[in-house]
Design a protein around this ligand. Structure first.
Ligand SMILES: [Zn+2]
Length: 126
């Protein structure tokens, strides 16, 4: 998983997104923020209790930042918010699938790939 996280961080940084580890409580999810001069940052809690979901979450946040939208934006109608969340999920799935392809992972089905990397299986039906 470390190589995948490095890959995702490299991808984010090539797209102008800075990734920073922080030492938070196990309940604190990774999140994004706009920093000085509107630079984009992803803050990743090194202690997050769902470490196996970390790559997917970083990919999901990267998707939001690339599309200039916000995670779980309460100002939007549920339909629009759900669509944005699904797009961020698909973005993450695409990044991780690209990593698997480039690194010679061999899966018989997408289900195996998704399961291995913590990608939600509902995306198989999208
Ligand atoms: Zn989101």
């Amino acid at each position: 998983m470390i190589n995948l996280i490095d890959y995702l961080w490299g991808y984010a940084e090539r797209h102008g997104i800075r990734c920073i580890w922080f030492d938070g409580s196990p309940d604190e999810e990774p999140y994004s923020r706009l920093a000085k001069y509107n630079s984009k940052e992803i803050l990743v809690n090194i202690n997050w209790k769902h470490a196996n979901l970390l790559p997917f979450k970083v990919g999901h946040i990267t998707g939001h930042l690339e599309h200039n939208d916000n995670h779980l934006n309460e100002e939007l109608l549920k339909f629009d918010r759900d669509k944005i969340e699904k797009n961020a999920d698909l973005y993450a799935a695409g990044l991780i699938s690209g990593y698997a392809l480039k690194n010679g992972f061999n899966f018989t089905t997408y289900r195996e790939l998704y399961f291995k990397f913590g990608i939600p299986l509902y995306l198989l039906n999208c």
